[in-house]
Design a protein around this ligand. Structure first.
Ligand SMILES: Nc1ncnc2c1ncn2[C@@H]1O[C@H](COP(=O)(O)OP(=O)(O)OP(=O)(O)O)[C@@H](O)[C@H]1O
Ligand SMILES: [Mg+2]
Length: 394
């Protein structure tokens, strides 16, 4: 069975180097590994300090293949029929053809094609493990859930074209649009089938794990927290959090010592935020992390004697349940009923203030978009689970 490991996180936190280090150690453990990057900036090439990689799997070391995805090329190779049909829809509405192609290439399509590559690789059964370096943006993770979206509602709307032509409907009534030709529909059905298979891969907790990469700073930790919540929302397992680029403590220089202290506090925050996920701490190396020697050293810091293919955590940290007009969110938190706590909602997050021996600890939990227009009705701690009830504002 295939193992798929996806690294995601805010820009510049170290997704690419973490993905490369993981892939390297897997390969050295004799797992036949494929490393995929969808970054158009060719960062795999930089990380391995190797000449340019191709768009097809290329063996870069024993047991290690790598490939760079060019989403535009993938789109052109596989879905020109759909793309040109969509472009023709826009074109018939009087939009210049060149612009029509730009519009038809909706945002998110690029990430979608990177994921479809995983589905293709899974079918060939050529690899034991696939490590995916996901593009850096909050949006990227949403595209990960695209299969589920299209899988459930796409078909009812007569598939993808139906869904995308909603866009064209803004311009003119649908009745005046040209009907999709047979070739488009055939292409579309094939795409839906692939998306279905991709979805099955993604929600299988024995197969797929998302790993969050953050730095010891508020911005990237908040970003990772949100990714963690959305992954749980869609039933995709997150098995590890990595706090990367940690400065060493004990510097005699006040400036560096100040930074190191600040980072220690952020790491403690992260431990509370990602509870009960295992968290790995990785130091900021003395120089820019690149090249095989440094990647190998880094994989040692990340995994020591563990197998990077292991599923490090399983279980639902966030759970959501609809009860008529109510939404119940259950989240595991690092404190218990005995603690004196207070829950408040601030915009799209929940602030939990807990009083302990040393004073107040504040834990924030991102809220799903579904809670917009709802108010916090009740909050209860049971064991280490906080159950929060939201109700519609009448
Ligand atoms: N622990 C570390 N020590 C030293 N340098 C590091 C460390 N982690 C990452 N770097 C360096 O930081 C830079 C960004 O890392 P990387 O490209 O892996 O981040 P990324 O999250 O993939 O970025 P992007 O969002 O642009 O894809 C690179 O120059 C990398 O070598
Ligand atoms: Mg990168």
């Amino acid at each position: 069975m295939l193992r798929l490991i996806i690294y995601t996180g805010k820009g510049g936190t170290g997704k690419t180097v973490s993905a490369c280090s993981t892939a390297l150690k897997l390969a050295e453990n004799k797992s036949n590994t494929l490393l995929i990057s969808s970054d158009p900036a060719h960062t795999l090439t930089d990380a391995f300090a190797m000449p340019d990689l191709g768009y097809e799997p290329k063996e870069i070391l024993t047991n290690l293949h790598a490939l760079q995805i060019d989403p535009l090329m993938e789109m052109n190779k596989q879905y020109t029929t759909i793309l040109s049909y969509m472009a023709s829809l826009f074109h018939t509405r009087g939009i210049d053809e060149t612009l029509a192609y730009e519009l038809a290439m909706l945002p998110g399509m690029t990430q979608l094609f990177s994921l479809l590559k995983v589905e293709e690789v899974a079918r060939t059964k050529a690899f034991d493990t696939v490590v995916l370096d996901m593009a850096a943006s909050g949006e990227a993770l949403r595209y990960l859930y695209f299969p589920k979206l299209v899988g459930s509602i796409g078909r009812k709307l007569s598939g993808l074209v139906g869904m995308f032509s909603g866009f064209a409907r803004i311009f003119q009534p649908l009745s005046r649009l040209p009907a999709p030709p047979q070739s488009v529909l055939a292409n579309e059905l094939e795409l839906l089938a692939r998306l279905d298979r991709l979805h099955m891969i993604m929600i299988n907790q024995d197969v797929t794990s998302i790993r969050l990469v953050a730095n010891p700073d508020t911005f990237s930790i908040e970003n990772a927290k949100r990714a963690f919540m959305s992954a749980s929302l869609y039933g995709i397992n997150v098995d590890l959090a990595i706090i990367n680029k940690i400065m060493p403590t004990g510097s005699s220089d006040q400036y560096f010592a100040g930074w190191a202290d600040y980072q220690r506090v952020r790491i403690e925050d992260a431990k509370a935020s990602f509870y009960p996920l295992p968290l790995k701490e990785v130091k900021l190396h003395g120089t820019e992390l690149r090249g095989i020697e440094m990647l190998r050293e880094n994989s040692q810091l990340m995994f020591e004697n563990q197998d990077p293919a292991e599923v490090f955590f399983r279980g639902s940290v966030f759970r959501f349940a609809r009860e008529d007009s109510l939404l119940r969110m259950t989240v595991r938190v690092p404190f218990t009923e005995k603690d004196d706590f207070d829950v408040e909602r601030h915009g799209d997050q929940l602030t939990i203030k807990v009083k302990n021996r040393v004073g107040y600890v504040i834990n924030t939990v991102p809220l799903p978009a579904a809670t917009t227009g709802m108010k916090l009705a009740k909050a209860k701690l049971q064991g280490d689970e906080l159950s929060v009830l939201f109700e519609k504002i009448m």
